[in-house]
Design a protein around this ligand. Structure first.
Ligand code: OAD
Length: 252
């Protein structure tokens, strides 16, 4: 089933579900002005991920990789959460048992008011020592052009997941449990091409969940879901949250 406007029946499902999972990807931040990765205008259209988003690239050319992440950090710092982030935060705050899982590293769900976000691909807002593995928050909007150093002397890297790296300890396990136990899943703004995140909707489907995709474009997941809401998340999610009887915006 495909539509733009969420039906009243879907609203009832969302308010009545015992456990809800919201899985987001870069598309949820598109309306905040942050580029997605794939498709027209996507970051990986003009840039080579093997030179910018792997550990080998950072070891070979730390300055280029650091500058790419410093640029993305400044973009994220300059962006504001949009109506989709706020609707997800409103949902999480309005009803129990909502798990919010994201592949995004921009921090916009947290800034919209989500209390707990399972970060599958880490975050731009923490730095990790390349020698000791220790992490610390770093909330500066602007980073310098060179990777800073840890007190131990080693260089720091962004605490994000690069291609070929394992996901942060615990995050995938938590997300997988959320997918197994969910009875309603919203898959929002992801192409579903990067594993293991892309496995989560399949795990939920295998467990009998009702899976809804919110994405203006069809993806490999589209033929598998029970329902598609074909449009921008910033327009659709507030309507959906409202159809479920919840406020569209998180309480201040
Ligand atoms: P992609 O760029 O692969 O996919 C973004 C999806 O968002 C596409 O399916 C778009 O159709 C959809 N989209 C665009 N605008 C939208 C809107 N306004 N509302 C809803 N959907 C919209 O991004 P991800 O699937 O998040 O990983 O990419 C997954 C991972 O690949 C990223 O976390 C990153 C990337 O390489 C790493 O860097 C490890």
């Amino acid at each position: 089933m495909e539509s733009f406007e969420p039906s009243a029946t879907l609203g009832e499902r969302l308010s009545g579900a015992a456990r809800v999972l919201v899985l987001t990807g870069a598309g949820v931040s598109a309306e905040s002005g942050l580029a997605t990765f794939r498709g027209p205008g996507g970051l990986w259209e003009g840039l080579d991920p093997t030179r910018l988003a792997t550990r080998e690239a950072f070891e070979r050319d730390p300055v280029t990789v650091w500058r790419f992440y410093a640029w993305r950090r400044s973009q994220a710092a300059a962006a504001s959460p949009n109506a989709a982030h706020r609707a997800i935060a409103a949902l999480e705050r309005s009803r129990p048992a909502v798990d919010v899982v994201t592949q995004n590293v921009d921090g916009l769900l947290e800034r919209a008011g989500c209390r707990r976000v399972i970060l599958l691909h880490g975050t731009l807002w923490r730095l990790r020592c390349t020698a000791e593995g220790t992490e610390a928050e770093d909330q500066r909007g602007e980073l310098g052009p060179l990777p800073p150093r840890c007190a131990c002397g080693a260089i720091l890297r962004p605490a994000v997941v690069w291609f070929g790296e394992p996901l942060p300890a615990g995050a995938y396990g938590e997300a997988e449990a959320a997918a197994r136990h969910a009875d309603l899943v919203l898959v929002v703004g992801t192409s579903g091409l990067v594993v293991p995140a892309a496995l989560l909707p399949e795990i939920a489907l295998a467990g009998g969940a009702y899976v809804v995709e919110v994405n203006p474009e069809r993806t490999a997941l589209s033929p598998r879901v029970q329902e598609r809401l074909a449009g921008p998340a910033g327009e659709i999610l507030p309507l959906l949250v409202e159809a479920a009887g919840f406020p569209r915006e998180p309480a201040p």
